[in-house]
Write a protein that binds this ligand. Structure first.
Ligand code: NAD
Ligand code: MG
Length: 401
């Protein structure tokens, strides 16, 4: 039987995940259609994608660029409807224009549209891990009460999702499962001591040895905060306790994660480090479709290595575990402080080792009680950003001294 045509809203279409998703979607025109595309400020790139994928709606996040987008679409002789601004992202994520929403915006900026898709009962393909770190309990509650289907796109969580008994997304870890093992590549600075990390540049941090990704997640991979965010993501997706989630460094990035069962069995998902596999899996689940990814040559690979993460040189992973144990407000603070710190590092205002220092400072000052409501989480996100901004220069100074 022919599967129904699936209309997908690709939010964050001009990014790395967006490009990989559109590549997979374009391989299956009889099955998927990119019906909504969005970008933050890249009007020209968005119009180009519209020419190629002919969506019904294009959304530019920056509201001041609406006229420019509408003009670009007109000049390209497209009938695509132009919308703009953050409310438009929420509106399209919950509208009839799509069946599935791929949440591929970077940062907490993706939270409102992710939450809107969950509340509207969409099939939610989640790449935007920051939204689940900021508001995990609320997002999972929205998924539960609307009956939305949540399918992880992050490669580790896609691996766990594929290896867990279904339904994998649940409140508490399946009792037959003993632990989840998340693999980490270790990033470009694996094996380096703290001293050597003092002067690393944004270019070095973004040169990931195995994955090609946006700049923010590339820096997160270099600090190991990416793995910290993923531990929190695994906690909410699969209902695992922090003690049931372990991280091992696996430099080849071939084993994407493992599930250990009570009887000692470990199930792993392996594949070349290419996000199109996880995206194709999420788009077609429980079916399987081609993703343009070739076969893994196990003989050429020869070996798979595993080692413990170095929490001395890379304290961000421990900070994330600490925030997770502390509760919902703390993970919101962790995420907001990290976003400001990474942006400061990319702008040359803060050294690499200043990133965990700034996050730690914000956690010490602001992480209090668990925060149950969206409004208070957003207020905490905003006050953390203000504190991180005002503390950045003194932390940068302390690091140089
Ligand atoms: P990217 O920087 O390449 O792309 C981000 C996209 O979001 C762009 O389309 C950009 O225009 C849009 N965007 C940015 N800020 C916005 C805002 N304020 N409002 C609206 N749109 C905005 O990022 P990426 O590497 O594609 O990552 C996207 C998300 O997926 C992140 O949460 C990341 O952690 C997650 N993820 C990425 C990968 C990867 O391989 N790149 C793997 C796993 C998870
Ligand atoms: Mg990942």
């Amino acid at each position: 039987m022919q599967a129904a045509l699936h209309r997908v809203a690709v939010l964050g279409a001009t990014g790395s995940i967006g490009a990989s998703a559109l590549d997979v979607i374009a391989r299956h025109p009889d099955r998927f259609r990119a019906s909504v595309l969005s970008a933050h400020r890249q009007v020209e790139a968005l119009v180009e994608l519209c020419v190629r994928h002919r969506p019904e709606i294009a959304v530019i996040g920056d509201a001041s660029l609406l006229d420019e987008l509408a003009r670009g679409l007109r000049e390209a002789r497209l009938t695509t409807l132009a919308l703009a601004g953050a409310p438009a992202l929420e509106q399209v994520a919950s509208s009839d224009a799509c069946d599935s929403v791929l949440a591929a915006i970077v940062g907490a900026a993706g939270l409102p549209s992710t939450l809107a898709a969950a509340r509207a009962g969409k099939r939610l393909l989640l790449a935007n891990k920051e939204s689940i770190v900021v508001a995990g309990a609320l997002l999972m509650q929205a998924v539960r009460s609307s009956g939305a289907e949540l399918i992880p796109v992050d490669s580790e969580h896609s691996a766990l999702f594929q290896c867990l008994p279904q339904p994998a997304v649940r409140d508490s870890l399946d009792p037959r499962v003993r632990r989840l093992v998340l693999t980490a590549s270790g990033g470009p600075f694996r094996g380096q001591c703290r001293q050597r990390l003092l002067d690393v540049t944004p270019e070095q941090a973004c040169a990931h040895p195995k994955w090609s990704m946006g700049r923010k997640i590339s820096v997160d991979s270099a600090t190991l905060m990416n793995k910290g965010l993923e531990v929190i993501e695994a906690r909410w997706l699969f209902g695992a306790e922090p003690a049931q989630i372990e991280v091992v460094v696996h430099p080849q990035s071939i084993v994407h994660s493992l599930v250990e069962y009570a009887d000692g069995s470990l199930l792993a998902q392996l594949g070349p480090p290419d996000m199109r596999t996880a995206l194709a899996c999420a788009l077609a689940w429980p079916d399987r479709v081609t993703a343009g990814v070739g076969s893994l040559d196990l003989l050429a690979l020869g070996r798979l290595d595993f080692e413990a993460p170095d929490t001395q040189a890379f304290p961000c992973l421990a900070l994330a575990y600490e925030a997770l144990r502390h509760g919902s407000g703390a993970t919101t603070v962790l995420n907001a402080a990290n976003e400001v710190a990474v942006s400061g590092f990319l702008q040359g205002r803060l050294g690499f080792l200043g990133i965990p220092m700034l996050i730690d400072h914000c956690l010490q000052s602001l992480a209090g009680e668990p925060v149950p409501e969206l409004e208070s989480l957003l207020a905490l996100d905003a006050s953390t950003r203000r504190l991180a901004e005002t503390s950045m220069d003194s932390i940068a100074e302390r690091l140089r001294a």
